[in-house]
Every structure is written in structure tokens, then in C-alpha cells.
Design a protein around this ligand. Structure first.
Ligand code: GTP
Ligand code: MG
Length: 157
């Protein structure tokens, strides 16, 4: 089953949006298989944002993401990478449609509330930066999937 790494950034944690954001992904039909509140180390932050290391905002980005606690999560579900990115909305909240997370809660790119992996390969890399394999739940609890409301369905990891 496809997995992704979603993370409420320090601005979202400070604004106490964690519960609302978890709810959105549960409502969509995705399955939460790991989550924790933690403060990212500088090394983890630099690795996480490695693709941006030559950009002018890299220093500011690392400062911001290590400025407070984040809520890191591993989720799984069908097409979760693309669907969760669509639910998050465009990177710049000015371009993010109302109804998306950034469209509903964010004002600027530097404080855009949430991170989501941009490919299954990035997800694997990001998950291993923050979670040990044994921290991931087996993913074997029964989930009622949209479209199969009559039956509980066990989704294998
Ligand atoms: P993430 O899910 O956070 O990776 O966002 P994204 O994939 O939509 O955007 P991208 O990977 O291109 O950029 C990563 C993050 O860097 C963004 O979410 C922003 O928080 C931040 N960022 C991008 N561009 C800028 C910028 O011009 N200024 C600042 N301060 N931050 C930026
Ligand atoms: Mg990105």
C-alpha cells in the first residue's frame, strides 16, 4: 500500500491545528500508521530539505522547521501521495484554492502549515529520516473505506 510522510509544521502546531488536520485525512479514508510530536534536529532538517540546499531561502527554511515542535505522521492509502498533495493545496497559499489546507489556513509560503512527500520515493526517504521501521503500526486495524461501507476492510501494509 502506498505511504506518505505528512508533517504539521511548527506554525500549524503553534496554532493547534493538529487535530483538524488529522481529521481531514481520516475522513478522506486514509490510514494513520505512525505519528509523533518532536523537535527536528538540524541534521534531520538539512537532510529533509536537501533538494533546496542551494536556494536562497534554505537557511530560513531550516531555522523555521527547527523553531518548534512538528507533528510527523506516516499515512497509507490508495494514491495517497498525489491525493494528499491535492488536499494540501499549492505551496504558496496565494495560489492555494479555498477548501485545501493551505487555502483554508495559511497566508504565506514561509508559513504554509503542512508538508507532504512529493513522490513515493521521497516518502520512503523522509519516513526513514524520522521513524524507525518498528515505529510503524502493522496497518492491520479494520478500516471502513469509502465505497465499501458495508464491510470492514483490512488493508495490508
Ligand atoms: P513541502 O511539502 O513543505 O515540501 O512543500 P512543497 O513540496 O509544496 O514545496 P517545495 O518542496 O517546493 O518547498 C518546500 C518548502 O520550502 C515549502 O513548503 C515552503 O515552506 C518553503 N519555501 C518554498 N519556497 C520558499 C520561499 O520562496 N521562501 C520561503 N521562506 N520558504 C519557501
Ligand atoms: Mg516539497
Amino acid at each position: 500500500m502506498e505511504k506518505t510522510y505528512l508533517m504539521v509544521k511548527p506554525d500549524g502546531v503553534r496554532r493547534q491545528l493538529v487535530g483538524k488536520l488529522v481529521q481531514r485525512f481520516e475522513d478522506k479514508g486514509f490510514q494513520l500508521i505512525a505519528a509523533k510530536m518532536f523537535r527536528m534536529t538540524r541534521e534531520q532538517a538539512e537532510y529533509h530539505y536537501e533538494e533546496h540546499k542551494d536556494k536562497p531561502f534554505f537557511g530560513e527554511l531550516v531555522e523555521f522547521i527547527t523553531s518548534g515542535s512538528v507533528f510527523g505522521m506516516v499515512w497509507q492509502g490508495e494514491n495517497i501521495v498525489a491525493l494528499s498533495r491535492a488536499m494540501m493545496g499549492k505551496t504558496n497559499p496565494l495560489d492555494a484554492a479555498p477548501g485545501t489546507i493551505r487555502g483554508d489556513y495559511a497566508l504565506n509560503t514561509g508559513n504554509n502549515i503542512i508538508h507532504g512527500s512529493d513522490s513515493p520515493q521521497s516518502a520512503e526517504r523522509e519516513i526513514s529520516n524520522f521513524f524507525r521501521p518498528e515505529e510503524l503500526a502493522a496497518g492491520d486495524y479494520p478500516v471502513r473505506m469509502p465505497g465499501s461501507l458495508a464491510n470492514d476492510k483490512v488493508i495490508p501494509v
